[in-house]
Design a protein around this ligand. Structure first.
Ligand code: PMP
Length: 428
């Protein structure tokens, strides 16, 4: 029996099915945009641990910073004996985040925790209870973030009742014929039929929906939300857990729109593979909760803070914002060419800012009907080719490309070749 097969049977026996795994291959080691499994097979990594590795696996600068921190101390709990890396990281985030006035930051461990705390901060600031989120959104798997997430199965199914005070409006997606006007009309109806805007604490939106299918929030929508929030004293929250840290060609995805949010949630690529998340926001809002109301035993781990400080240096030194845009252009160009072939699965809607690129797998060429089965065949064929590839989307028919931004041109070309062969192999 192969090592992978034996690990897979141990995994099935020891671990519940609720934590699904995409592939039955087990990691042995990884370096930048490549990883190797326990049977010695090499893969190119277009998943980046779900958008965590914009600076690649084990970036030497990140590893050096973590090793130095390991030799100093690993945990004191910031709430008991604080430490400089937490402060230094927050100072840096306050400077880098797109706020005109004074900003403050607080750190946690997971994306869901960041979103939970953004909601607590918004409620404390406004003294209000309701929150508006979008259909198709993903904000996490804790109970409140499951409530915010705009998809029932598998995130809410069997887990109810969901916490109260959460309302969803449609997210504009051209493929689904939902326009910005539809979204704004739904908010108008919501304010008229169900919720007093004077009792809405926050509107939360991903600048590009991630799990929901890599759908960019149109600039007109973000501008209109800003106005609604200003008119009614509502806190506008940008969930940048997936869009952050150079993926969209900007440090924060919302910067592509020029709209200034009130709070930003961050995680994933912030710390290059170490668990770290946070909320960055306008200082007056961030200071609303009382002392002791926010925090967590591991929140802002010194090891993860050291990693994040190195990640931010790497993004600057290696000019990863420019690299993100260049990689995105190249990938979109390649996908445009591949989609002209008539022997691949039907593809369309190549999209995304910077290197946050995706396309849809469709039932027919030139159509828009989603094909989830063919999408599954593409990711399976990619694995057989030696490429770790992720799908997403409310219709499970989107292929997203999340390779490290530090990938070399050669390995990117090799990975795109594997993707092209997978798209052909999955046809029919
Ligand atoms: N928000 C967004 C936009 C995400 O993409 C995710 C994770 N996919 C989360 C929140 C939750 O992050 P975590 O899994 O670290 O809790």
């Amino acid at each position: 029996m192969s090592e992978n097969a034996s690990l897979q049977s141990r995994r099935v026996a020891a671990i519940p099915r609720g934590v699904a795994t995409a592939y039955p291959v087990f990691a042995e080691r990884a370096e930048n945009s490549e990883l190797w499994d326990r049977d010695g097979r090499r893969f190119i990594d277009f998943a980046g641990g779900i958008a965590v590795l914009n600076t690649g696996h084990r970036h030497p600068k990140v590893i050096a910073a973590v090793k130095a921190q390991l030799d100093a101390f690993t945990h004191t709990a910031f709430q008991i004996v604080p430490y400089e890396p937490y402060i230094a990281l927050c100072e840096k985030l306050n400077k880098l985040a797109p706020f005109k006035g004074e900003a403050k930051s607080i750190l946690f461990s997971t994306g869901a925790e960041a979103v939970e705390n953004a909601m607590k901060i918004a409620r404390a600031h406004t003294g209000r209870t309701n929150v508006i989120a979008f259909s198709g959104s993903f904000h996490g798997r804790t109970l409140f973030t499951s409530a915010l997430t705009g998809k029932v199965a598998p995130y809410k199914k069997k887990f109810g009742p969901m916490p109260a005070g959460v309302w969803h409006v449609p997210f504009p997606v051209p493929q689904d014929n939902v326009t910005v006007a539809d979204s704004l009309r739904a908010i108008e109806y919501l304010f008229r039929a169900d919720v007093d805007p004077a009792n809405v604490a926050a509107i939360i939106i991903e600048p590009v929906q991630g799990e929901g299918g890599f759908h960019p929030a149109p600039v007109e929508l973000l501008q209109a939300l800003r106005k609604i929030c200003d008119d009614h004293g509502i806190v506008l929250v940008a969930d940048e857990v997936q869009t952050g840290f150079a993926r969209t060609g900007k440090l924060f995805g919302i910067e592509n729109s020029g709209v200034e949010p009130d709070l930003i949630t961050i995680a994933k690529s912030l710390a290059g593979g170490f668990p770290l998340s946070g909320v960055v926001g306008k200082a007056a809002i961030m200071d609303a909760p009382d002392p002791g109301g926010l925090g967590g035993t591991y929140a802002g781990s010194p090891i993860a803070c050291a990693a994040a400080l190195a990640v931010l240096d790497v993004i600057e030194e290696e000019r990863l914002l420019d690299r993100s845009n260049a990689l995105g252009e190249r990938i979109k160009g390649e996908l445009g060419r591949i989609s002209q072939r008539n022997d691949t699965v039907p593809m369309g809607f190549v999209r995304g800012p910077g290197a946050m690129v995706a396309f849809d797998v469709l039932k027919g060429r030139g159509g828009s009907e989603p094909d989830a089965d063919a999408t599954k065949r593409v990711t399976q064929a990619a694995l057989a080719e030696g490429l770790v590839l992720l799908s997403c989307g409310v219709h499970a028919n989107t292929i997203r490309i999340l390779m490290p931004l530090t990938i070399s041109d050669e390995i990117l070309a090799e990975g795109m070749g594997k993707l092209e062969r997978a798209l052909v192999a999955a046809n029919g």
